[in-house]
Structures are given as C-alpha cells and as structure tokens.
Design a protein around this ligand. Structure first.
Ligand code: SAM
Ligand code: SF4
Length: 360
C-alpha cells in the first residue's frame, strides 16, 4: 500500500483568480458511474464510462486535496456520478477529514442520490463526513421511475430518513424543477423537506446532459419557482449569501428556509469560489467550461519530476516536486477562470462531458 501523504503541509498563497475571487471549495468527482439515469444528466443507454485504470486512487485524491488545503481550500464536496458507488468511499472520507488549511480543519460534504446512505452513513459520520445533500426531484413513484429510469424511490426515501436521523446538519435536498414533470410538486417537496428538518433547494435545469436535450423554453425559472411557493408561504430573503450557489428565503416565520440555485436566469459567477476535480484527474474551473487541466502526468508520470525538487509558487516553496507541480496546475486552472459562464450567449457550446462525469 503506498504511503499516504501527511495531513498538513506548508501553507501556500490563497487561490485568487484574476477577477479577485478567492477559491475555497473543491468538488471531487469520485466516479462517473451511477445507480440512476436521470433524464437531465445521463442517457438511458449508451454511456461511455471512464476506464477504471484512469480513475484517481484514494492516495492520488488525498495528495491533490492536501495541496489544495494548503492553499486555503476548506470544503471538499464528494460527488459524481454517484459517490456512494465507490467501494472505498469510507476510506476516502477518513483520509480527507484530517486535512488542515492554514486557518483550521477542512469540512467534508457529499452530494448523493441517497440510495446507499442507510448502509454507509454511520461509518461515513464516524470517518468525518460533515454534511450531506440528497437529490430528490419527485415524491411520486411513477414519476421517479420516468425521471430516473429506475424504480428506486423507496431507497432514496430511506436515505433521506437515515440522513434526517443522523446528526448531520444542515441537511439539504436538491430538486431540479422541470416543466410538465414535477412543477406541480414544488410545494409538496418543500413540505417533505421541512418534515425531515431539511432545506429544499430548487435547481434551474442546466445544459449539462450528455444527450443535449436541454431546452431554455421548457426550463422552470427562479421567478416561476418563487411565484409558486409564494402562493403558499410568505418568503423573506435571507441575507449573507456569500459564495453559496443558493439564494435562500425564510418560510413564513421560520425556522425553515428554501433555496433556489438559478445558474441560468440569475448567475452567481461573480462570487464563485469553486473548482472541480473529475474522477480521471482533470481540474476544471467552471461547470460549463470546455477546458480541463490535466493532473495525471504529474501524478503518474512522476519520472519527469525530481523528488524533493522545490518550486516557488508565490509565498513559500512546497516541499516535494510532485506537490509543487500539483500546485502549479491548480494555479494555472485558477488563472484560466473566466469572469462568468456563457450559457446565455447564443454562441454557447455545452461542455463535452455530461454532469455525471464533470461532478455536480
Ligand atoms: N449522483 C449524485 C446526486 O444526484 O446527487 C451526485 C451527482 S449529481 C450530477 C449532482 C447534482 O447535479 C444533483 O443534485 C443533480 O440533480 C444535479 N444535476 C445533474 N444534472 C443537472 C442539470 N442538467 N441541471 C441541473 N442540475 C443537474
Ligand atoms: Fe446519477 Fe446524480 Fe446524474 Fe441522477 S443526477 S443520473 S443520480 S449522477
């Protein structure tokens, strides 16, 4: 078994891009595979999966995360594909949880379809998982089947119940709002979330499905979502959003809130503090970017990097050549970040990979 890198390393300069945004959040896709086939994410058949040999090992993930933490990345969100399909998911969490930023410990969060949560949650919590988001677009079994092409609603609901019973808070439920599919269930989903002490967050559907089926005219907008919810509840904006993707509203007098992630009609790029790492070792600076920054030659083409070589990256040199090269790739990725995505530009081209391979 290769030796795990140590959990702390010399602090490096923060990851500030050319537009002044400080990056603190790295989304790590652990696999492109999934137990569901949500229509807005993957085709029912004909997916081309990443080769198993190209998937990052736990040691490689931790090595990258350790370099990122030294540069101030304080939240690592595990996603996919379905992160709970990864056989060593508990080990991944256990290895990441002790990492330290210059300002303190990191937080490990996960976005999951929830199906395997009842089996894994106690071990994940014990290993150091801090938060979980579960995706749930409908409470109706027939719809769930149509939407995900799998009859697994009961398993997802069991996952939500397990998360609600755990101490992990805030618990968030994500729902993609779709016209003629679940837009008559928006209030039911919020009621369900409140009954489970969870925050419902509606996501505007984005052009990220492999089948390229997204259609602006059918997507349900932030304003439509708010209009529907306002017929039932009084919504009061919650201030202090920071870099969070969701705008939030307090429901009536509280304590519950509801969120909307309006990437299409109200982009929040100006406050974006996120980077992404795909399961095959590509860094991305935006969900919608068509560029990737390859870490594989650094991780697996080690011969080109002299062990112990020190590379200056701003404030202080890192201690090993490989870590310094990882840091260089991170900073190239940050430098290449554009001020915003171009979904609303007529010339916009969808990324080649689908959401399951990018890591949502
Ligand atoms: N399998 C896990 C899950 O579904 O939670 C994690 C990966 S999934 C890609 C992460 C999130 O992306 C989910 O909440 C999902 O609803 C959302 N998502 C996927 N495709 C989307 C799209 N085209 N537009 C908006 N959200 C999308
Ligand atoms: Fe799987 Fe998540 Fe994509 Fe649905 S959204 S197909 S659960 S990766």
């Amino acid at each position: 078994m290769p030796r795990m890198p140590q959990t702390t390393m010399v602090a490096t300069a923060p990851l500030v891009d050319t537009h002044g945004r400080v990056h603190r959040d790295l989304r790590i896709s652990l696999t492109d595979r999934c137990s569901l086939r949500c229509t807005y994410c993957m085709p029912e058949q004909g997916n081309e999966w990443l080769a198993r040999s190209s998937i990052l090992s736990t040691e490689e993930i931790v090595r990258i995360a350790r370099v990122a933490a030294a540069a101030g990345i304080s939240t690592f969100r595990l996603t996919g594909g379905e992160p709970l399909l990864r056989p060593d998911i508990v080990e991944v969490v256990r290895a990441l949880a002790p990492l330290e930023t210059p300002d303190g410990p990191v937080q490990i969060a996960m976005t999951t379809n929830g199906i395997r949560l009842p089996d894994f949650l106690p071990d994940l919590v014990e290993a150091g998982l801090s938060r979980v988001n579960i995706s749930l677009d409908t409470l109706r079994r027939d719809r769930f089947h149509d939407l995900t092409r799998r009859d697994r609603l009961d398993d997802v609901l069991a996952g939500v119940a397990a998360a609600a019973a755990s101490g992990l808070r805030p618990l968030k439920l994500n729902a993609v709002a779709m016209r003629g599919v679940n837009d008559d269930e928006l209030c039911d989903l919020v009621e369900f979330a409140m009954a489970h002490d969870a925050q419902l967050r509606f996501i505007e559907q984005m052009p990220l499905d492999i089948g390229h089926t997204w259609d602006r005219t059918t997507m349900v907008t932030r304003d439509e979502i708010l209009a529907t919810l306002s017929e039932r509840w009084e919504l009061t904006p919650v201030p202090g959003r920071g870099g969070a993707p969701a705008e939030r509203w307090q429901i009536d007098d509280g304590p519950h809130t509801v969120g909307v992630i309006a990437s299409v009609t109200a982009p929040f790029c100006g406050d974006c503090d996120r980077l992404r790492l795909t399961a095959d070792g590509q860094l991305r600076n935006c969900l919608f970017s068509r560029s990737e920054y390859d870490l594989m030659p650094v991780l697996r083409g080690g011969a080109a990097v002299a062990a112990g070589e020190a590379v200056s990256i701003g404030v202080r040199p890192l201690d090993t050549g490989i870590d310094a090269r990882i840091d260089d790739v991170l900073r190239s990725c940050i430098r290449g970040k554009l001020p915003g995505h171009a979904i609303n530009d007529p010339a916009f081209l969808q990324p080649v990979r689908g959401m399951n391979a990018i890591g949502g």
